[in-house]
Design a protein around this ligand. Structure first.
Ligand SMILES: Cc1cc2nc3c(=O)[nH]c(=O)nc-3n(C[C@H](O)[C@H](O)[C@H](O)COP(=O)(O)O)c2cc1C
Ligand SMILES: C=C(O[C@@H]1CC(C(=O)O)=C[C@@H](OP(=O)(O)O)[C@H]1O)C(=O)O
Length: 392
């Protein structure tokens, strides 16, 4: 059995929960390792008021003793501070007769671009709050919590990862590919828009302000880079074992993400093979390496040992303070879509979510590839594989 997790929780319910199974036993993991990542997800210019209400921190409910994993399922809980304002509206007890007024946050005017109408049709909900509560990206909180455990595993085996913003509403950052992961982290960590190019930071913030002022929203592109993956992780033998395909699915599974590029991605369509493929070389210290990394660390669904580079495109947030037209499902009359409290741009926050989604998939692939019941032998095996690949 590999690594897996589930999440539960509504946006305005009491808490979010995740259960992770398959972390090797004896791996150091502290609440602090997770909390620092949750705090990073909450930052980012363009977020709405909800982020001032929440101070996401995790409670470890099982699977960890004295700072190390036990090999049993790890259950993590993040409480919603906003729950106190929603206990009646979101409570699990049936409403008493005449209490329908308490349901005043009922949603009947679907927001174009959100899950409201399709979810209502699928599950038969006449109140689309029953859809939006779970389709909300609030769920990415515990996805980041699970990803933080994966990130910890990666860092302990020498894999470093960072997510950052490369474009917001058509404003593009210059990406300096000579930066190490640590340097990229250093440059982006304190940037309000999580961008490494200071020349476009203010312009991006202005674009977000402008969208907010106009009751509109904007999207962008994030990039995740991971260094130190051993070569040959993933497989070419079956469609569902290709690691680049799993990364693509992980990125598009993030709320509002609509496309993925690996390495130079769509640019490959416009270039000849001689400017796309990466020449292979060998030296005694590094072993095999590629002289360039245009293919973003993948050939044949397997890692090449070069940095993994994945980009994802996030569409603009669907909830608009100046809403688009929709239909009220009660009257079938045209109406402006419902307005919920909302972010204007969540691309900087989503860069952190993408980082954790990629970290999760890379950790899954390593756990699948190497014997992973015990962390010490897991690490030994990975290092042996690295030595073998150098000499191969
Ligand atoms: C970090 C983050 C924050 C988001 N915040 C909002 C928001 O405040 N309002 C909103 O309508 N959508 C927000 N979204 C996007 C919606 O959750 C998403 O569009 C919706 O679930 C429908 O899914 P789809 O866009 O993938 O089709 C956010 C997404 C992310 C990743
Ligand atoms: C709560 C989070 O993001 C939420 C994602 C979201 C949506 O529709 O996706 C809608 C908003 O929810 P609310 O109306 O409660 O403010 C965002 O704040 C979060 O990221 O933690």
């Amino acid at each position: 059995m590999g690594l897996r997790y589930l999440t539960a929780g509504e946006s305005h319910g009491p808490q979010l929960t995740t259960i992770i199974e398959g972390l090797p036993a004896g791996m150091p993991l502290l609440a602090e390792d997770i909390n620092k990542e949750l705090a990073r997800r909450q930052k980012g210019y363009g977020r709405g008021r909800r982020m001032q209400i929440e101070k996401d921190t995790v409670e470890i409910m099982s699977g960890i003793r004295h700072g190390k994993t036990l090999g049993s399922p790890v259950a993590l809980v993040v409480k919603n501070n906003d729950w106190k304002h929603w206990t009646k509206i979101m409570g699990s007890e049936p409403l008493e007769e005449g209490q329908e007024d308490e349901m005043k946050r009922k949603v009947t005017r679907a927001r174009p671009g959100h899950a409201d109408l399709n979810g209502a049709l699928k599950y038969g909900h006449r109140d689309m709050r029953n859809v939006l509560e779970r389709s909300s990206a609030r769920e990415t909180t515990v996805r980041v919590a699970a990803g933080a455990a994966a990130k910890k595993l990666l860092s302990l085996v020498g894999v470093e990862i960072v997510g950052h913003v490369v474009e917001i509403a058509g404003i593009k950052a210059e990406v300096d590919s000579s930066l190490t992961i640590a340097e990229l982290k250093g440059r982006t960590e304190n940037s309000p828009v999580r961008v490494a190019d200071p020349r476009v930071e203010q312009e991006m913030m202005n674009a977000i302000d402008e969208a907010k002022k106009n009751g509109d929203s904007i999207g962008g592109v994030v990039e995740v880079i991971a260094s130190g993956m051993p070569a040959g992780v993933g497989s070419y033998v079956h469609y569902d074992r290709k690691l680049d395909a799993k990364l693509a699915a992980a990125i598009v599974s993030i709320n509002a993400f609509k496309g993925v590029e690996i390495g130079i991605g769509f640019e490959a369509a416009r270039k000849p093979g001689s400017e796309v493929h990466d020449e292979i070389a060998w030296d005694p210290k590094e072993g095999y390496y590629r002289k360039t990394n245009r293919l973003g660390g993948f050939e044949g669904g397997m890692t090449t040992g070069m940095p993994v580079i994945v980009r994802g495109v996030m569409k603009p947030i669907p909830t608009l303070y100046k809403p688009l037209m929709s239909v009220d499902i009660e009257s079938k009359e045209p109406f402006a879509a419902s307005v919920e409290r909302s972010d204007s741009c969540a691309v900087p926050a989503a860069a952190v979510v993408a980082e954790h989604a990629v970290a999760w998939e890379l950790a899954c692939a390593l756990v699948e590839r190497f014997f992973s019941d015990r962390f010490d032998t897991f690490l030994d095996e990975i290092n042996k594989e690295r030595a073998y690949a150098r000499e191969f």
